[in-house]
Design a protein around this ligand. Structure first.
Ligand code: ZN
Length: 117
C-alpha cells in the first residue's frame, strides 16, 4: 500500500517542522488531498498510529480535506473546479479538460505544542 510510505513522509516532515519550532508534542496534522490521489485518510491514520509510536507525534490526529480539481476547458477556455462525481466542464460539458492542479496531497498545517520558551 502506498499509504505506508506517504504516512512515513508526512511523519518525517511533521517531526522536522515541529523540531524547528521547538515543538514537544504534535496534536494534529491537517492534510489537503487531491480528488484523484486515491489516498484514504483512515489508512493514513492507521499507519500513523503505528509509525508515530514513541515519537512526539504519538496519538496525533490526521485531519484530511479533499480538494476539488482545478481544470481549464480546452473547448471554451473557462477555468473551473470539478469533483469525481462530475468530470466535465460545467459550462459546456466538454471532456477535453486540462488539469491545473494535480497535487496528490499537501500538508496544510500542524497543531504543535511548544515547551513555552
Ligand atoms: Zn467548457
Amino acid at each position: 500500500m502506498h499509504e505506508l510510505s506517504i504516512t512515513q513522509s508526512i511523519l518525517d516532515y511533521s517531526l522536522s517542522e515541529a523540531k524547528k519550532h521547538g515543538g514537544v508534542k504534535i496534536r494534529e496534522i491537517r492534510l489537503l488531498l487531491g480528488p484523484f490521489s486515491g489516498i484514504v485518510p483512515e489508512c493514513i491514520q492507521m499507519y500513523m498510529d503505528l509509525l508515530a509510536e514513541g515519537t512526539i507525534a504519538q496519538g496525533v490526529k490526521i485531519k484530511a480535506t479533499t480538494l476539488p480539481l482545478k481544470v481549464r476547458c480546452r473547448d471554451c477556455g473557462k477555468e473551473s473546479e470539478i469533483t469525481r462525481r462530475h468530470i466535465a466542464c460545467p459550462f459546456c460539458e466538454s471532456l477535453r479538460l486540462e488539469i491545473l492542479s494535480s497535487n496528490d496531497f499537501i500538508i496544510d498545517s500542524l497543531e504543535v505544542d511548544t515547551d513555552g520558551d
